[in-house]
Design a protein around this ligand. Structure first.
Ligand SMILES: NC(=O)c1ccc[n+]([C@@H]2O[C@H](COP(=O)([O-])OP(=O)(O)OC[C@H]3O[C@@H](n4cnc5c(N)ncnc54)[C@H](O)[C@@H]3O)[C@@H](O)[C@H]2O)c1
Length: 318
């Protein structure tokens, strides 16, 4: 009998195919949290795959002795008691590399939209585009280009570097601050297989804040704000800020105050302090470009997540 895998928050068709070819049976039913234990035990599930919705806590781990592997399609494992599971001899895996390019492209969606006020034009064109075209044209008529400007990247890991590569590709200067990565070389690959290397050295956070025209955050969840009131006082006037990392790395109250003062020109947010119910002041703000935590939500990233999980499961459970 083939070993059963429950992909409770879904898995891409390519992931299912890879697992089925390796002889596993993949169940894609979404089982309600309170019925999970019975389902896993009743069906002799050996691997539980989740994204961010399903909670895999101590109680579930204790109640499912047949479980050999827990897999998170994506990066953050806040919904899994990782250490506890590992202590019990269960494999716990994730797919840290698969979504970097998708998150980086979303950052640029916010940046390109930000410098041309698209987030606000898209709110007002449906309401008054027919009657007030000329006034809207004037309102959104003072755009800027990204080319030639400086992008400051806070946190130069996988996503920070993927974002920096796009910036380099469109002619931006890149600076970064990362206390755990003194130097980095990025290799830019072009469609015709040519590559070009760029070398970087981390600069201090203060220097970055003072010299970047745009700042994007790519740090893991932290105890303290990475951008708070103090930091927003020293940024360049008219800076654009993007947070597609984790809610809580930017102080949203200080951010709104800085936007209202004109210190920050606009912000792009994919993640929120009070997710999944972001503050109304954030949602309604005319100078904030919004997306509902969709950084990794592309077909390509989900495909890579599926196949990356399948590769790891094949080698761990055979
Ligand atoms: N928006 C989305 O849908 C989405 C999707 C995937 C990941 N993420 C988030 O993106 C963030 C980055 O992910 P990653 O894969 O690049 O992680 P990573 O571990 O590859 O990189 C994080 C980098 O931040 C650095 N760092 C840590 N503390 C720092 C600090 N205080 N200041 C500056 N740098 C610091 C680390 O040294 C590391 O190089 C994470 O918070 C992750 O949860 C968001």
């Amino acid at each position: 009998m083939s070993k059963k895998i429950l992909a409770n928050d879904g898995i891409s068709p390519s992931g299912i195919k890879a697992l089925e070819e390796a002889g596993f049976e993949v169940i894609t039913t979404t089982v309600a949290q309170e019925q999970l234990v019975d389902f896993i035990n009743g069906n002799e599930v050996v691997a539980l795959l989740v994204r961010s919705a399903t909670q895999v806590r101590k109680e579930l781990i204790d109640s499912c002795p047949g479980l050999k592997l827990i897999g998170r399609g994506g990066v953050g494992m806040d919904n899994i008691d990782v250490t506890y599971a590992k202590d019990k001899g269960i494999h716990v895996i994730n797919t840290p590399a698969s979504s970097s390019e998708s998150v980086a492209e979303l950052v640029f969606a916010h940046l390109f939209g930000g410098v041309r006020f698209l987030y606000d034009a898209n709110r007002n064109m449906p309401l008054e585009g027919d009657k007030n075209f000329k006034a809207l044209k004037k309102n959104y008529g003072k755009g800027t280009e990204l080319r030639g400007k400086t992008l400051g990247v806070l946190g130069f890991g996988r996503i920070g570097q993927a974002t920096a590569k796009i910036a380099l590709g469109i002619g931006m200067k890149v600076i970064y601050h990362d206390p755990f990565l003194e130097q980095a070389t990025l290799s830019l690959s072009f469609y015709d297989d040519r590559t070009l290397d760029f070398a970087f050295t981390s600069i201090s956070k203060e220097e970055l804040l003072q010299s970047a025209d745009f700042i994007t955050l790519h740090v893991p969840a932290q105890k303290d704000y990475v951008i708070g009131k103090k930091e927003l006082e020293i940024v360049k006037n008219g800076v654009g800020l993007v947070n597609a990392a984790r809610g809580g790395v930017i102080d949203e109250v200080a951010l709104i105050a800085a936007i209202d003062k004109g210190k920050v020109a606009f912000a792009g947010l994919d993640v929120f302090e009070s997710e999944p119910s972001p503050e109304i002041q954030i949602l309604m703000h005319p100078k904030i470009s919004l997306s509902p935590h969709i950084g990794a939500a592309t077909g390509e990233a989900q495909d890579r997540i599926g196949t990356e999980l399948a590769e790891q499961i094949k080698s761990l459970l055979h």
